[in-house]
Ligand binder design. Structure first.
Ligand code: XMP
Length: 429
C-alpha cells in the first residue's frame, strides 16, 4: 500500500467524517474505525501513523459510557485527543485547528502527504486483483456517478473478467442509455450486457398512480431483471457495488446511530450468494468524482446532478403514460441544455422538469388545444433535508418556456415552482 493512514476512532462524535476529511484535505489518508477496535486489529491496518480520538462532548451511547481500550492508550502509535474529557481543548478556529492537525500529522506522526487519486487507484487495482484472482465479477451499471466509477476502476483492474449489466427501464434521462453503451462498450471495451426492459417496466407501471407503489414496482422489477441476467452468466462469484463512504457512515457505525435510511433503488439480490467488491467504500462523494475523472470518464458523467433511483418515474406524476413520459424526458433535456449554455450547470444543485396528470386549454395555430403542462424545479441545498429555490433569470425562464411549448409534443404551458423545502419536497412525488 502506498498511503500512510491516520485512524479516527469513533467515540460517538458526529464530527468524525469532518475530521477525516480535514486530514485527507492535508494529503493524508484517514479512515474512521469503531472505538472497540483491538490493538491487533488496528496494527493490521496498513501504514497507521497516528490515531485521533474524537469523543466530542457526549461519549455516552444508550446510557453507557464508551471508551477505547487501555491497550490503545498504551500503544506506541501517536494519539491526538480531540475534545477528550474536556482536558485537551480543541481549537474552534479553523486556522488554529488546521495548524494543530498539521503539527500532529506531519511532525508528531511523521506521516507523508501521499494521499492522491493516482495512489488510490494503484492501490485499489492491486487489492481488486488480489481479491478477485481469476474469477468473474458482475456489476449493475446504471450510468450514475458511483456505478460508473466502480465500472471504470474494475475495467482497469480486471478488464474482461468484469461483466456490466445496464438495465434500461425507460425512466432514464435523454441520451443516458446511449452514453453508457458508448463510454463503456465502445470506448473502454468492457463486457456490457444492455437490457432493453422498457416495455416490461412500463407495462408493470401502467395504471399505477401511488408514488410509493411506483417506487416498489421499479425497485422490485429492477432486481428481477438483474437476477435473470445474472443467472444467464456462468461462473460469477463476485458482485461489484458502488457503495461510498457516506453510505457506510449514514447507515450507522457501532457508535453512531443511523442518520437516515436509504431510499435507493440500488437494492440488489441477496440470494445470489456473491461476495462483494466495493472499491469506493472509503471515498467521499467529491473523491469518487475525482477518481472517475482520473480514470478518464467524461465530465458530464462524473459531475452530474443527483438523479433519483426511480428516475423519471417519479417525475411523470400519477399513473405513467408513454406520451407524458416522453414529454418529461424532452423538456428535461431542453432545461439541462439551456442551464449548461447559461452557466447554471454545476452551480444549481438539482434541476429538472415534472409533468402532472393535468391538461389545460390553450391555442395553437388558431385552434383550441387541450394539452399537458410542465413544471420546472431548480433548487439548492447542502444535505437535501432543506432546499431553497434558484433565482433563475426571468428571460431565461421565458426562453426555456418558448422552447418547451414549441418543441415538446403535447405541452402548451410551463410553470416554475417557487416552493422551498419545506413545505415542498424537492421531488413532486
Ligand atoms: P425529496 O423529494 O425527498 O428529495 O426532497 C431529496 C433528494 O432525494 C432524491 N430522491 C430520491 N432518490 N430514490 C432516490 O434514489 C428515491 O426514491 C428518491 N426520492 C427523492 C431527490 O431527487 C433529491 O435529490
Amino acid at each position: 500500500m502506498k498511503q500512510d493512514m491516520i485512524v479516527v476512532l469513533d467515540l460517538g462524535s458526529e464530527e468524525n467524517p469532518k475530521i477525516a476529511r480535514e486530514i485527507r484535505a492535508l494529503g493524508v489518508y484517514s479512515e474512521i474505525h469503531p472505538h472497540d477496535i483491538t490493538l491487533a486489529e488496528l496494527k493490521a491496518l496498513p501504514n497507521v501513523k497516528g490515531i485521533v480520538l474524537n469523543g466530542g462532548p457526549n461519549r455516552v451511547v444508550d446510557g453507557v459510557a464508551i471508551d477505547v481500550s487501555q491497550e490503545i492508550y498504551d500503544c506506541d502509535i501517536p494519539t491526538l485527543l480531540v475534545d477528550h474529557r474536556g482536558d485537551a481543548p480543541w481549537p474552534a478556529d479553523d486556522k488554529e485547528r488546521e495548524t494543530a492537525l498539521k503539527n500532529f500529522i506531519f511532525i508528531i506522526c511523521g506521516a507523508e502527504a501521499n494521499w492522491n487519486m493516482d495512489n488510490f487507484i494503484a492501490d485499489q487495482v492491486e487489492l481488486i486483483r488480489r481479491q478477485v484472482g481469476d474469477k468473474k465479477v458482475l456489476l449493475a451499471l446504471s450510468g450514475g456517478v458511483d456505478s460508473s466509477v466502480v465500472a471504470a476502476l474494475l475495467i482497469k483492474a480486471i478488464g474482461k473478467q468484469l461483466t456490466c449489466v445496464h438495465v434500461n427501464h425507460g425512466l432514464l434521462r435523454k441520451g443516458e442509455p446511449e452514453q453508457v453503451v458508448k463510454v463503456f462498450r465502445d470506448e473502454m471495451d468492457a463486457n456490457l450486457v444492455y437490457v432493453d426492459a422498457v416495455d416490461r417496466f412500463l407495462d408493470k407501471l401502467a395504471g399505477v398512480a401511488d408514488p410509493e407503489r411506483k417506487r416498489k414496482i421499479i425497485g422490485g422489477e429492477f432486481i428481477r431483471v438483474f437476477e435473470e441476467e445474472a443467472r444467464k452468466l456462468d461462473g460469477i462469484e463476485f458482485l461489484g457495488q458502488g457503495t461510498i463512504y457516506p453510505d457506510i457512515i449514514e447507515s450507522g457505525t457501532k457508535t453512531v446511530k443511523a442518520v437516515k435510511s436509504h431510499h435507493n433503488v440500488g437494492g440488489l439480490p441477496e440470494n445470489l450468494n456473491f461476495q462483494l467488491v466495493e472499491p469506493l467504500k472509503m471515498l467521499f462523494k467529491d473523491e469518487v468524482r475525482a477518481c472517475g475523472k482520473a480514470l478518464g470518464l467524461p465530465d458530464n458523467m462524473v459531475y452530474r446532478q443527483p438523479f433519483p433511483g426511480p428516475g423519471l418515474g417519479v417525475r411523470c406524476l400519477g399513473a405513467i403514460t408513454r406520451d407524458r413520459l416522453e414529454a418529461v424526458r424532452e423538456s428535461d433535456a431542453i432545461l439541462r441544455e439551456e442551464f449548461a449554455k447559461n452557466g447554471l450547470e454545476g452551480k444549481v444543485w438539482q434541476y429538472f422538469t415534472a409533468i402532472p396528470d393535468l391538461k389545460s386549454v390553450g391555442v395553437r395555430d388558431n385552434r383550441r388545444v387541450d394539452e399537458w403542462c410542465v413544471i420546472i424545479r431548480a433548487v439548492n441545498t447542502v444535505d437535501a433535508m432543506t432546499a431553497t429555490v434558484e433565482n433563475v433569470p426571468f428571460d431565461l425562464l421565458q426562453h426555456i418556456t418558448r422552447r418547451i411549448t414549441s418543441e415538446v409534443k403535447g405541452v402548451n404551458r410551463v410553470l416554475f415552482d417557487l416552493t422551498t423545502k419545506p413545505t415542498g419536497t424537492i421531488e413532486w412525488e
